[in-house]
Write a new protein. Sequence first.
Length: 256
Amino acid sequence: MRKKILAANWKMNLTHVEAESYVETFLNEVGEVNDVEIVIIPSFTSIPTLAQASGNAPFIRLGAQNLHWEKSGAFTGEVSATMLRALFVKYVIIGHSERRALFGETDEMVQKKVHTALEAALRPIMCVGETLAEREAGSFQKVLRQQVEQGLKGVPVEHLSEVVLAYEPIWAIGTGRTATPAQAEEVHAFLRSVLAELFDQTAADRTRIQYGGSVKPENAEELMREPNIDGALVGGASLDAHSFARIVRATEKTLR
Ligand code: PGA
């Protein structure tokens, strides 16, 4: 019922020139992908190149790593939803833990960005996740509930499934330390129950919850086999076209 979604979050890596050869290699390796949704999320500077390079591969969707909540104006250095839409961007990451930790993004800002994205028909990939200290203190469910509740406040129930929730335990991002499939599944099931409580069960069942944090070709299949894990947000392992292609193939395998 929920189509799996694999997103490559390049973070601040790869130039637009590198992006072009990436797409070529990636397409050569994966052929056509129909059963899994593929999103490539480069830096803003590479979006036009990617839009062009993936022009013949409509199954590749474009994403952006951030946006500003205002429509336009004196916000030096920011990018608006309209600008992204004009480049055929479909998804936008909101509230990544790096933005929260390094750029002061709060739950309130996340909420404004989610609304702005939805109003512009962009699909937010809203990230939530606990720190190692929060996990060890046993308070991580409370932290996650708060992030979900604040971030999605005011979203009409009929729009919930346009949001992709990304569970990214901070202790697993870029550390090589992945949550085990069982650990991740437990949190995903919990997050779905929070969505059901805040919205309703049908909307919660339709909404995709991605896992992120050291996903690689070697562990993708077992993670993607879990019933509540609807895809992955991949950082480091998505920078190499071969390795992202292997993650796609590992995911396709779980559907057969
Ligand atoms: P990682 O990053 O795959 O390098 O751990 C994931 C993310 O931050 O989205």
